[in-house]
Design a protein around this ligand. Structure first.
Ligand code: GLN
Length: 486
């Protein structure tokens, strides 16, 4: 089997048994990037030289026998993570010239684990978007149909893994940005419980929602990468100090007696009927694996998108105030005075969607409106969490579609922010509640991938991975590859 067809687990096994070296694997993926990324635009930076140097080091460790589980395996990082000495753009003109002076915790954990970084992946500007069309570096194409979007904001991550330009990638998810692109590109994506993965060095969008996680081919790979990414970090005040879990240990557990809840709100109007059929077939597969199905209700789900579009912009308006033309990134030419410097640097450095969010957020937080919008949205957020709390008294996992539709055409929703925002109708509540969620390949509608979403209770990542892995033992959706990249 060609190297690019292998999962992380298979690459790691081959490296450990010396079937191939890390330099060979790394060069193989660099060659694929050179061949295919002109079509996809999934990478912002390719760090070939550094990758080969890391691969050499990994080979030395493998030769000594002093390796970790993923030593020598390549991966690529979403360009939201600071990488020392390598441009960190966050998909924005504002940071087009920003070279981070340090590594994000996620990046340093990957380095310590011996993973080789192939490069940095394209994304929606400051992670705001559902289609990867807001990037300063241009849209990313979906390898399943290059006239369509890969989803967003981790669109570069999803496109690159789907075309096997990298065996795995990191992503971040504030309202669905790991799960939705994973769904649209036939991949496994996991957003962990809020606080499990350090946000230090991950450029902040909405701090109370942002969480990093893996985008991979299989659930087993997601477990391997999650093992590397998690852990308490005293540099992140919201990082959780929890006992270590080995996420690969329970992958093989039986699903006999698993209680699945199907929220009626996730199968209502707005869901594409062909996507619904795929999801129903996937649920039937789980029944065969021994699960029982219960209909449940998440009565406040219809409030998740409106609450999110107050809270996320409010936090973003505060977080993005640091980009002022003085401390970071872009500065306008020949400013007349300080105000002109601020206004033009921000006016020229940010794209339209980012400006829209900053304005909404600043408005929602302003004196007189704070109670009416921000505080109200926070109260709705609590109602949404309580819905989940009640549901998890009755069921172990909630299932439904990740996205109401398959990948849409580039430009199709560009002039219609509300339709774009509704792409995340099934994913956003999970972030508002801080719960873990996954998307796994479940089949195809109109020849395009469909993702099944799994939502678990707090810290149930090992269970979710087990549920996903068992499904992947009896289905082969996750092994399907887009034509032209096989
Ligand atoms: N699409 C959502 C937004 O635009 C979520 C983005 C994300 O998860 N980073 O805000």
């Amino acid at each position: 089997m060609s190297l690019y067809r292998k999962s992380l687990a298979e690459l790691a096994a081959g490296l450990h048994t010396k079937q191939f070296s890390s330099v060979e694997v790394t060069q193989h993926f660099l060659d694929r990037i050179a061949k295919h990324d002109k079509t996809l635009n999934s990478f912002v930076s390719i760090t070939a030289e550094q990758a080969l140097a890391q691969a050499k080091q990994a080979d030395a460790q493998l030769a000594k026998g002093s390796m970790a589980a993923l030593t020598g395996v390549p991966l690529a990082q979403k360009d939201i993570f600071c990488t020392q000495g390598v441009k960190t753009s966050c998909g924005s003109k504002m940071l087009d010239n920003f070279i981070a002076p340090y590594d994000a915790t996620v990046v340093s954990k990957c380095k310590q684990a011996g993973l080789v970084m192939l490069g940095k992946l394209n994304m929606d500007e400051f992670a705001m978007g559902s289609s990867n069309e807001t990037s300063y570096y241009g849209p990313v194409k979906n390898p399943w149909d290059t006239t369509r979007v890969p989803g967003g904001s981790s669109g570069g991550s999803a496109a690159a893994v789907a075309a096997r330009l990298t065996p795995a990638a990191t992503g971040t998810d504030t309202g669905g940005s790991i799960r939705q692109p994973a769904a649209l590109c036939n991949l496994t994506g996991l957003k962990p419980t809020y606080g499990l993965v350090s946000r230090w060095g991950m450029i902040a969008f909405a701090s109370s929602l942002d969480q990093a996680g893996p985008i991979t081919q299989t659930a087993e790979d997601a477990a391997l990468l999650l093992n590397t990414m998690v852990g308490f970090d005293d540099k992140d005040s919201t990082s959780l100090n929890r006992p270590t879990v080995n996420y690969t240990a329970s992958l093989k557990d039986s699903l006999q007696g698993l209680r699945i809840g199907l929220p009626k709100e996730y199968f209502a109007a707005g869901l594409n009927s062909d996507v619904a059929k795929v999801i129903e077939t996937a649920i039937a597969e789980y029944k065969k694996l021994g699960a029982t199905i219960t209909d449940i209700s998440l009565p406040n789900s219809h409030l998740s998108v409106p609450a999110y579009y107050v809270i996320a912009p409010a936090e973003c308006s505060s977080n993005l105030s640091r980009f002022d033309g003085v401390r970071f990134g872009y500065r306008c030419n020949d400013p007349k005075d300080l105000n002109d410097l601020y206004q033009r640097s921000r006016g020229e450095g940010f794209g339209a969607e980012v400006k829209r969010r900053i304005m909404i957020g600043t408005y929602a937080l302003s004196a007189g409106y704070y109670d009416a919008y921000y505080l109200k949205a926070q109260k709705v957020r609590r109602l949404i969490s309580d819905d989940f709390k009640r549901a998890f008294e009755k069921v172990d996992v909630i299932m439904g579609p990740t996205s109401p539709n398959t990948a849409f055409k580039l430009g199709e929703h560009s002039d219609d922010p509300i339709t774009m925002y509704l792409c995340d109708i099934y994913t956003i509540a999970v972030n508002l509640a801080g719960l873990p969620g996954m998307s796994i390949p479940a089949g195809f509608a109109h020849n395009l991938p469909v993702g099944l979403q799994l939502v678990g209770n707090y810290f149930s990542e090992a269970k979710l991975l087990n549920i996903a892995h068992q499904y992947q033992q009896v289905t082969n959706w996750h092994t399907q590859m887009p034509k032209g990249f096989e």
